[in-house]
Write a protein that binds this ligand. Structure first.
Ligand SMILES: Cc1ncc(COP(=O)(O)O)c(C=O)c1O
Length: 387
């Protein structure tokens, strides 16, 4: 793990100096970095409306910074809706992006002014027609995330192309405005070519609706899926944009409205979880592999390490001294054996790491605080500070 791949020396100094004044564990978010990631995406997709997926990190500080930059917001529930409204966002900049919602949720969102809903099922569409009349609806098409997504979203969301077409036809009959198609290629999608497969499905839906049903869709919602910089090297956002823009120009000659719904790629790299080593132990005299127990774990911020799927870069100041390193097992502080972050993949940490030393979990701004339990084993939710 080379810290220089993640931070310039003076940026890191700022983080470490701030971190030293606070008791661990906590998440430290650099709002300027969120802004940088937003501008990077904006640069790659100048024509897009960027809907921040609030679930990645629902803090008002982040929402407000993105609001100033002109972002819109994708909410997954009425609770996120309330949060975004509390932060001062008006309803016309909010999309209800969850296909799973109660009729009362639809009615609540409509009453708050939301007029943009996703759907992928007949029964959900009927609820939208009844409780959010005349709203715009877009249909989510099923996409296979494939092995290249570190946090796949296949199967649970979306419907197949033919059903998507039917739902848009039904929407019109029900007095709704059939607006477009969305998809999600899987979170932390490392292969941009998956967008092409998804856009082929979108094209089929657009063309069939126009040719056979005289319905002209406008919206392509190309989802989230853009990666954060974890342990493995990723392609730049510019590279992703170049490919996706290419597919779009090639396949869609008509005027389209493009939405993006990024979560991880906007806030992931902007966060650092600061933790402390609580205990170092071996399981027998013969077994030299160290177990490092820290004050953060699966239940207070690091749930995406389940199955060792998201591989966070971990830094500790002793790495600077060039001390020799050896692979460790990393586990959290609770009385649950699921609370092990990394066991199969070897994480090398300095051999002279000691109890009380700090570990910095880089690129942990996304899906950490929002996933933390409220009081498992009595541990409070992860605190956040902002730079
Ligand atoms: C509907 C929807 N949009 C956007 C996102 C954000 O995806 P990502 O964090 O990969 O950018 C998600 C993630 O689960 C989602 O479910």
């Amino acid at each position: 793990m080379d810290l220089n791949n993640y931070y310039a020396a003076e940026q890191w100094q700022k983080i470490q100096t701030f971190a030293e004044t606070k008791a661990s564990p906590f998440l430290l978010v650099d709002l300027d970095r969120v802004e940088f990631k937003y501008q990077e995406l904006r640069h790659g997709f100048p024509q897009a409306h960027i809907f921040y997926a609030v679930k990645a990190n629902p803090s008002c500080e982040i929402i407000n910074r993105l609001d100033k930059l002109g972002a819109c917001f994708d909410v997954a529930s009425i609770y996120e809706l309330d949060r975004v409204i509390e932060c001062g966002i008006t309803a016309e900049r909010i999309s209800f992006g969850n296909t799973i919602k109660k009729a009362t949720d639809v009615a609540y969102a409509y009453q708050k002014g939301v007029r943009l809903f996703v759907t992928d099922a007949q029964a959900d569409l009927e609820q939208i027609a009844q409780f959010a009349p005349n709203s715009r609806v877009f249909v989510r098409v099923l996409v296979e995330s494939g092995p290249t997504s570190d946090w796949p979203l296949s199967r649970k969301f979306g419907c197949d192309r033919e059903m998507a077409i039917d739902l848009m036809v039904q929407a019109k009959k029900m007095g709704l405005q059939p607006y477009g198609v969305s998809f999600h290629v899987g979170s932390q999608q490392n292969d941009v070519r998956v967008w092409k497969t998804a856009l082929d499905a979108v094209k089929h839906i657009f063309d069939t609706l126009q040719q056979q049903h005289d319905i002209q869709l406008k919206l392509i919602n190309a989802g989230g899926g853009f990666p954060a910089q974890y342990l493995a090297q990723i392609d730049s956002i510019q590279e992703y944009a170049r490919h996706i823009q290419g597919y779009l120009t090639e396949n869609f000659k008509q005027e389209i409205t493009l939405f993006l719904e990024p979560g991880r790629s906007l806030v992931g790299d902007a966060g650092v979880i600061v933790s402390e080593v609580v205990l170092i132990a071996n399981k027998s005299e013969q077994d030299q592999k160290r177990w490092i127990y820290t004050d953060v774990g699966v239940f207070n911020g690091l749930i995406e390490t389940l199955g060792e799927m998201i591989k966070y870069p971990i830094y500790t100041p002793k790495m600077q001294n060039g001390s020799p390193q050896a692979d460790v097992v990393l586990a959290g502080p609770t009385c649950d054996s699921t609370d092990i972050m990394y066991e199969k993949i070897g994480y090398p940490l300095p051999k002279d790491l000691a109890m009380g030393d700090r570990l910095y979990w880089l690129s942990t701004g996304a899906y950490t605080t929002s996933y933390a339990s409220v009081e498992f084993n009595g541990y409070p939710p992860l605190k956040t500070y902002y730079l």
